[in-house]
Design a protein around this ligand. Structure first.
Ligand code: GLO
Ligand code: MG
Length: 346
């Protein structure tokens, strides 16, 4: 195990959400960005994640000069609060231009829009002082397999990644795979897909990934294995910890809420690979439960971090030597019980 280090924590403004879902409206009043930033600081988190339009609202109608001005103001706000910008992500799933996909849209004008917007997102990241772009490829997939060519879509994705890499020689692209939702099937559903497509780009070293626990579970995988896999390539540049109860809609539950043991194994995987020792953040992509009152609005974030830190203690105090002996003796029943009792504190 590498020497113990302090983890740095992060979330995005969308994680203080108002409770709407496809079947009902908000259950809490909208809050300003400044209020959310103040809460992040009060909770003692280190950084904030941004969509391009979290940083510059209504970005599509704005000139580059406006973009630079508004990002400058945001940068000052963050500096005054002592909060870093972890990453910027182009929100490529909201505009009417991306209803049939962004980089893989069947309409070349829409693809052009998606690429131009991504290049502006890179400019925002530059102004804010982060070299990390996160690409959650929300609509790069199909509702109907016959609606797009999978082969052509991969070529279009590579073309888009190449344009981003060429726009800025320092920027790093972190692909956040998700197998479904909002699409039926996505083109890059797992970390294996993300790291494979990186190899087809003009600069594979600058294309890595972000693992979200819920997305791995939706793909039927163990997020701990995804962490080990990505880190074996040195490519895990960000992380969205949360939880998910099986194959349902994307739930974004607090970390550890559904399956403490799966959460424990993610923390163990992060520890054995030294996640965070190169400046990476632990981000929580979690949402409050819909009935949550305003006065309990931040608990899911604070709780996720508390659970993480408690599981970190459990990971660091796990008796690895005893586990090794049980493994050598093929005594998996005893190993299983040892893990359970360690987690229960028995
Ligand atoms: C949705 C994703 C989403 C992204 C965020 C950053 O399923 O997890 O929350 O992480 O938009 O791009
Ligand atoms: Mg996410």
């Amino acid at each position: 195990m590498p020497k113990a280090h302090r983890y740095k924590f992060c979330f995005g403004p969308w994680n203080i959400s108002e409770g709407q879902d496809p079947y009902g409206p908000t259950t809490r009043p909208a809050q300003t960005f400044d209020w959310k930033l103040a809460q992040l600081k009060k909770l003692g988190f280190d950084a904030m994640m941004f969509h391009d339009d979290d940083a510059v609202p209504d970005i599509d109608g704005k000139s580059d000069a406006q973009l630079r001005k508004e990002t400058g103001e945001l940068k000052k706000k963050l500096a005054d609060a002592g909060v870093a910008a972890e990453m910027v992500a182009p929100r490529l799933w909201f505009s009417p231009m991306t209803m049939d996909g962004a980089y893989t849209s069947n309409d070349s004008k829409c693809r052009q829009y998606a690429i131009e917007r991504s290049l502006r997102c890179i400019d925002i990241a530059n102004y804010l002082g982060t070299d990390l772009i996160v690409l959650w490829l929300a609509r790069e997939g199909t509702y109907l397999r016959e609606a797009k060519s999978g082969r052509r879509s991969i070529e279009l994705l590579v073309e888009a990644l190449d344009k981003m890499l060429a726009h800025d020689k320092k920027i790093r692209l972190s692909i956040e795979p998700k197998p479904n939702e909002p699409m039926d099937h996505a083109y890059l559903p797992t970390i294996g897909h993300a790291l494979a497509i990186a190899q087809l780009t003009r600069d594979p070293k600058r294309v890595g990934c972000l693992i979200e626990s819920a997305h791995a579970i939706l793909a039927g995988l163990d997020p701990a294995d995804e962490i080990d896999f990505a880190m074996a390539f040195g490519k895990l540049w960000s992380l969205h910890l949360n939880d998910q109860n099986g194959l349902k809609f994307d739930q974004d539950k607090p970390f550890g809420s559904s399956n403490l043991r799966v959460a424990f194994n993610q923390v163990r995987a992060l520890e054995r690979n030294g996640y965070g020792t190169h400046g990476e953040y632990v981000c929580f992509d979690v949402h409050p439960f819909r009935p949550t009152k305003v006065e309990h609005w931040l608990a899911h974030l604070d709780n996720s971090r508390r659970t993480f830190l408690k599981l970190l203690k459990k990971a660091r105090s796990f008796d690895d030597n005893k586990a090794k002996q049980l493994i050598a003796d093929r005594n998996l029943a005893a190993l299983d019980q040892m893990v359970l009792e360690h987690l229960m504190g028995a």
